[in-house]
Design a protein around this ligand. Structure first.
Ligand SMILES: [Zn+2]
Length: 325
């Protein structure tokens, strides 16, 4: 398990553990986070907590923990989206409900973990709703959800809803090992997500794109720089959206650097150059520029020509910086 340490000390796990340890297990839960990898592991930890006879030992020689963690526990069922990878249809949920009616093999509770439950089609949700209204005894349904808005409010009102909080940068930093510069970038761009942090750490393309965006912003001084800068590969059609999101992160970093956060300057690269560049942006100009980045994103979404959008955006950086001095 990649994130066990971090998850065991999360508020979400404490809530689940409290239900297990006080024998107050709900018949249905909704675990929410955009960090899909982390909530999947959270559900497994919850299952270990329910089935382990040695207070959640997670040891290899504990048959219960081993079976749960290797997806081989006969009372822990995993429900996945259909083979088309786009949705969970009513057949999948009906089959799950049929199985839930059978008696359990090993423990007293049967658990159903529905992965990406926000992909349930309306018919599937209605089918599930009937079960939630009249729960089967000793059955615990766990919905893993990244976007709760897609679920019927009637479902949400019948489950115990537990949101996994974003992880603090310090927690993410402690989890990662390797090159300090890469770690700094991963922590900075992870948005509190453990999965995203580990993905970025191993993603050479993203790391190099991040470094190029920082270099680009340091190089952008006068309008004559724009022609050269806008031909960089970070503005290619397939990279532009990532570049815009990195630009937004770096602009926020500039604001923090101006407020005295020297650690961030280190993660961004050559400290003096980054500090000098950051100092040319006032707090006021940074918030205007972040708006401009969002406008560029909207223009690209309606298929405006990428080169024009980029040129306008880079000009607006210079203009806003000048006006807000
Ligand atoms: Zn165990």
């Amino acid at each position: 398990m990649r994130f066990a340490t971090q998850l065991l000390s999360s508020r979400a796990f404490a809530q689940l553990h409290n239900d297990v340890s006080t024998s107050n297990l709900g018949h249905a839960y909704m675990l929410t986070s955009s960090d899909v990898g982390a909530i999947e592991e959270l559900a497994l930890l919850f299952a270990c907590d329910i089935y382990c006879k040695h207070s959640l030992c997670m040891e290899d020689d504990c048959a219960d923990c081993r079976k749960v963690l290797s997806f081989g526990h006969s009372d822990v069922h995993h429900i996945y989206k259909n083979a088309d990878k786009k949705s969970i249809t009513v057949d999948v949920i009906s089959k799950m409900i049929d199985i839930s009616m059978l008696t359990s093999y090993e423990g007293s509770t049967k658990m159903f973990i529905v992965h990406e439950a926000d992909l349930m089609l309306p018919q599937a949700q209605n089918k599930l709703l009937k079960t939630l209204e009249e729960p089967t005894p000793n059955v615990c349904i766990v919905l893993l959800v990244s976007n709760p808005a897609t679920l019927l409010s009637t479902i949400k009102s019948r489950v115990r809803s537990i949101a996994l909080d974003y992880f603090e940068p310090a927690v993410i930093k402690d989890m990662l090992t390797g090159d300090p510069k890469r770690i700094a970038i991963a922590v900075n761009c992870a948005d509190g997500s453990l999965t995203r942090a580990t993905d970025i750490l191993g993603d050479d393309v993203y790391i190099s794109q991040f470094e190029k965006v920082v270099q680009m912003l340091c190089r952008l001084k006068k309008s004559k720089d724009i022609a050269l800068i806008s031909s960089m590969d970070i503005f290619d059609k397939d990279k532009i959206l990532t570049t815009l999101s990195i630009m937004e992160i770096v602009m926020r970093d500039f604001m923090l650097i101006n407020l005295g956060d020297d650690n961030l300057a280190v993660s961004l690269g050559i400290v003096d150059e980054v500090k000098d560049t950051a100092s040319t942006y006032s707090i006021e100009s940074i918030s205007v520029i972040i708006d401009k980045i969002n406008q560029a994103r909207q223009k690209l979404a309606v298929n405006c020509i990428t080169a024009n959008v980029i040129e306008n955006l880079l000009f607006s950086f210079l203009e806003v910086r000048y006006k807000c001095q």
